[in-house]
Structures are given as C-alpha cells and as structure tokens.
Design a protein around this ligand. Structure first.
Ligand SMILES: C[C@H](O)[C@H](O)[C@H]1CNC2=NC(N)=NC(=O)C2=N1
Length: 99
C-alpha cells in the first residue's frame, strides 16, 4: 500500500520540531543516536519503542551496541522506493516522548 511522502514543507517542519534527528539517505530517512547509562537502560528503551512500533504498525531500522541505540525511521511503503511519511513523524514524536 503506497503511502504519501512528506513534501519539502512538511519535512522542514519535522526537522524543526525534532532538532535531535538528522536527515539521512538523501532526505528519505531521519536518524538519531541515543546514548544510555548501560545496556539495561538501552534495552528498556528499545522495548518501549518496539511496543510503539507494533501499536503504530510502523517499525524502526535500528542498531544497538551495549548502551548506544541508533534509530533510523523511513517508510518502506512510501513513494517509489521508500521515503519519509507522516508515519515517521508520528513515531519520531512518540520516541522523543519516551525520554
Ligand atoms: C503490512 C504492514 O502494515 C506494513 O508492512 C508496515 C509495517 N511496518 C512498516 N515500517 C516501516 N518503517 N515502513 C513501512 O512501510 C511499514 N509497513
């Protein structure tokens, strides 16, 4: 199911509202790195994000090593070959609200 991509104005608002995230993959994704006290904290964060992802049916691409979690959000179903959509905005906002 194709999902509308964010336009330039919506992307600009996303980045303004969430300055801790960075644009990636030529504007088709956003990414943020989280640094926690230890693995247990990182794992707790990942568990909460996993529940959000299931609730929103929108899943992160992520990498974890010990206390660091790198999260990348993009919508695989957007446009021709993926891109940013309102789903990424919603999930980024919910992830930021965890902290
Ligand atoms: C069928 C199911 O709704 C889709 O595969 C969902 C699942 N999670 C998803 N997560 C992400 N990041 N992009 C998607 O396009 C996507 N699609």
């Amino acid at each position: 199911m194709s999902v509308p991509e964010l336009d330039a104005k919506e992307t600009e608002k996303l980045m303004a509202d969430h300055p801790e995230w960075e644009l990636a993959r030529e504007g088709k994704a956003i990414t943020r790195t989280f640094q926690f006290k230890d693995f247990s904290e990182a794992w707790g964060f990942m568990s909460r994000v996993a529940l959000l992802a299931e609730t929103q049916d929108h899943h992160p691409e992520w990498f974890n090593v010990y206390a660091r979690v790198e999260v990348t959000l993009t919508t695989h179903d957007a446009g021709e070959s993926g891109g940013l959509s309102q789903r990424d905005v919603t999930l980024a906002r919910a992830i930021d609200a965890i902290l």
